[in-house]
Ligand binder design. Structure first.
Ligand code: ATP
Ligand code: MG
Length: 573
């Protein structure tokens, strides 16, 4: 691995990578070729769960581990055959209670194997699964269950109190995981449901049949119900193969919760469609425990998010040295822009490349990535996945030339693309008004085809006639040794249009003072640009974030301006 001082590029020659030549792959790409991977290409019979699980059972991998689970208390391993059997039982049980194809069945519980088994069981029988993050409070749960008209919910006795069953007329069944007794007629114990029938079952569906309903992170407003269909498998398989570079025999760990798209798409489908072993870790983030998990399972490929990587960085450079990470090949990051500082830390301290990749709930899988075969340009989200047409367009949908800032947009349609915004056709149509799927993110493309994220369109700051992306300022701020995290917004100003305000948290050992803030200000001024240096800096204990780890700039802005904060259902405690 070498770094090119001129371009800042991190080069790596890896003859064993699945994708060896990016330009060639783009030139020769055909989704039809990828489809040949799946059994339905021969039989015409479609179901995601068949391709992710049963296909491997039928192709000599019955006894291979599909899932390792640890949470500090339980420590378990499941083969592909185990998962097939358990998810069949769950599907049979659901059917016995009258749940039908197309029904919405939600899952509201901690990260455990039962969450995975339920999710697979639901999709196996042709219903639509709606995974919810366990930390949601009552309002958030109610909103989603009522918006989707869910007929059943899988939960735990402890979380049951956050489900206002009486206010959800369509909800008929509550499946309790980990309970010993039921307390109402509509309740059923997981173990009883599982004991209905052991028989193998699979419901054949269309490629366009709905499979998952994921609510978005709520960074920019009220979360939207994004419907994904079985066809998404083509895309999720390819992302696993080319972006995550999963190989035969790999152990792969994606830290995302299945309540977010990354947790299912990159956490379950991509690894299982590629027939590798997935790791699931329950419990909360702790740097030591995460390193232990990497060591314990000999993780080869690790997928996490910038917020977690920044927290691990903040835990110090000595910590990683205590663990055997020799099996690790590379790291992936998505969900938020990856600061160049984090990429450099990955190289220096972990001796690994961190591959940033960009996508959203609505895209269903990875769209743009730093591939293993391409040099990484720190701060850039890389190049489009072959088969995807990604561009920068103006508000009318005209493509813009290189180095011009504009709307990041994707040419419809691609396999994992959102097929409906639940109960909101108008919102769905808005995305496609210009003939492109307009993402709501602002970015530019350089002469070599690398995409650079600027910020959410709504977050871009206009100050003294200059356009400033919050991400660039935040990245410069976290390069300063005192700054752990930063959130940057524009505050209306009569003279400059907007001025930049930064909210920061400090690393251990630093205390808030006017001198420190002035030093940080001039650090950004001399290293980025005078107009990009924050005029105001506020030190805080925490920065408001979604539970998926995204900085909520709209909340910072509302606080700053004394405006209503809007939907906070997805905000961290
Ligand atoms: P909502 O749509 O409800 O406001 P959200 O957009 O945060 O919430 P997600 O679909 O979970 O919900 O997140 C997608 C967004 O995350 C993208 O639009 C982008 O702004 C950001 N994002 C994801 N990956 C990256 C990345 N690698 N670099 C920069 N931004 C990213
Ligand atoms: Mg969004």
């Amino acid at each position: 691995m070498t770094t090119n001082a001129m371009t800042n590029e991190v080069l790596l020659i890896d003859e064993t990578a699945n994708l060896k030549n990016y330009d060639e792959a783009v030139a020769n790409f055909d989704w039809k070729e990828i489809e040949k991977t799946f059994t339905w290409y021969q039989t015409g019979k479609v179901n995601m769960v068949y391709e992710a699980i049963d296909r491997h059972v039928n192709n000599g991998k019955a006894d291979q581990t599909a899932l390792f689970f640890t949470d500090g208390v339980r420590d378990e391993a499941y083969t592909y055959q185990d998962i097939q059997k358990l998810s069949s039982q769950f599907a049979n049980g659901l059917r016995s209670y009258g749940v039908e194809k197309g029904d919405r069945v939600f899952i509201f519980m901690p990260r455990t194997p039962e969450l995975y088994i339920s999710l697979l069981g639901i999709i196996r029988m042709g219903a639509i699964a709606g995974p919810l993050f366990e930390a949601f409070m009552e309002e958030a749960v109610k909103d989603r269950l009522s918006d989707s008209g869910a007929v059943a919910v899988v939960t735990t006795p402890a979380l049951l109190e956050r489900i206002p069953v009486d206010e959800l007329p369509e909800l008929k069944h509550v499946i309790l995981v980990g309970g010993e007794e039921t307390t109402a007629d509509n309740q059923v114990l997981y173990q009883d449901l599982m004991s209905k029938s052991d028989e193998y079952t699979i419901e054949w569906v269309d490629r366009e049949t709905g499979m998952l309903l994921h609510y978005t992170s709520g960074s920019t407003g009220k979360p939207k119900g994004v419907l994904q269909v079985h066809d998404a498998m083509i895309h999720q398989y390819l992302a696993g193969k080319w972006t995550y570079d999963l190989r035969e025999g790999d152990v792969y760990w994606c830290t995302a919760d299945p309540g977010w798209v990354t947790g299912t798409s990159a956490g379950m489908w991509s690894p299982w469609l590629n027939g590798v072993t997935a790791v699931l870790r329950g419990g909360r983030f702790k740097a030591e425990e995460w390193f232990q998990t990497l060591e314990k399972y000999g993780v080869n490929v690790w997928f996490s998010a910038p917020t977690a990587l920044r927290m691990i960085m903040a835990a110090g450079n000595e910590l990683p040295k205590k663990y055997d990470l020799s099996k690790l090949r590379h790291i992936l990051s998505a969900g938020e822009p990856l600061n160049p500082e984090v990429v450099r830390w990955g190289l220096e301290v972990l001796n690994h490349r961190i591959h940033d990749n960009w996508w959203m709930t609505e895209t269903g899988s990875c769209i743009c990535a730093n591939f293993r075969c391409n040099p990484i340009r720190p701060g850039s989200m890389g190049k489009p996945l072959p088969g995807i047409t990604l561009s920068i367009v103006d508000d009318q949908g005209n493509e813009l030339p290189a180095n011009r800032m504009g709307n990041l947009a994707i040419k419809p349609k691609w396999p994992a693309m959102v097929r409906a915004i639940w109960n909101n056709q108008e919102k769905y149509d808005q995305y496609f008004e210009t003939g492109w799927f307009v993402t709501g993110d602002s970015a530019y493309k350089d002469e070599d085809g690398y995409f650079w994220f600027e910020g959410r369109v709504d977050d871009v700051i206009n100050t003294s006639g200059e356009r400033v992306g919050p991400f660039e300022v935040e990245s410069k701020l976290v390069e300063h040794p005192a700054v752990a995290e930063a959130g940057v917004i524009g505050v209306p100003d009569p003279v400059r249009g907007e001025v930049i305000k930064a909210f920061i948290t400090l690393r251990e050992g630093f205390v808030d003072s006017d001198e420190l803030k002035e030093e940080i200000r001039s650090f950004v001024k001399t290293r980025l640009a005078a107009h990009a240096a924050p005029r105001m800096i506020e030190v805080r204990e925490t920065i408001p974030k979604t539970r998926s780890g995204k900085i909520m700039r709209r909340v910072l802005k509302a606080w700053e301006l004394g405006l209503p904060t809007g939907d906070l259902s997805t905000m961290e405690d």
